[in-house]
Design a protein around this ligand. Sequence first.
Ligand code: OAD
Length: 247
Amino acid sequence: MSDALEQAARVLHGATSIVAVTGAGISVESNIPAFRGPKGLWTKYPPEEYATIEGFLEDLAKVWRLWYELGDLLADSAPNPAHYALAQLEQAGKLDAIITQNVDNLHQAAGNQHVIEYHGNGKRMVCLECGAQQPIPEGPDRPLPPRCVCGGLIKPDVVMFGELIPQDALTESEHLAIQCDVMLVVGTSAEVYPAAQVPHTAKYAGAYIIEVNPEHTAFTSTITDAFLQGPAGHMLPALLAQAGVTR
Ligand code: OAD
């Protein structure tokens, strides 16, 4: 066993307030592609066309086609051992919350009760006119693009580049980062702000940072205290077992 795993497990065992920050990497083992890298979504679908509010408004049908495809992928996906490990940590009374950048709903599906959706939820859509939220339709004959009964444009309820993070998610995340004594940072490239600011805030407020990722990130040599190098589906269950949270 690595020294980092042993040390992280010791700290986790003694912690009273743990908060997790998760990114696309935690869902890779659920067969949902991450955003960056050779197999990343943004490598196949240029983000300026598909992930900016300007790109969306320019070609609603094109962007909606992608979101319907992603919706089908999400409908077929299930939590993996990493998601279940975080659910067990919450059930054990040790995890205060998950702040997730993911829009796949898999933390909720694994059973976590306190999930802050920093970038929204890809199973929901929202009317830009009246604010009504509803599930993104599944199955054949979906309208392209969908329209609200009020006549307004409807957008997937996800934060696109050029949009603000929901204020309550920002406020609550900052509060959690300041008060936690351990932050678990799992499967994020640390490239997108303000989400990447959250672990920095925790670190400066005194938290111990455990990072789980197969690759080094901008956090690893700056704020990470224990780097658990490997896939989350293996590392998180190993960490919980070593910390005595699970057997
Ligand atoms: P990225 O695609 O940028 O990074 C995914 C990270 O997961 C990388 O650091 C990988 O090394 C790591 N990874 C891959 N497989 C893993 C595994 N099995 N276990 C653990 N880690 C693994 O995804 P995010 O950091 O989540 O925003 O991207 C942040 C934001 O950029 C997203 O929320 C999205 C995107 O644009 C919006 O859409 C607003």
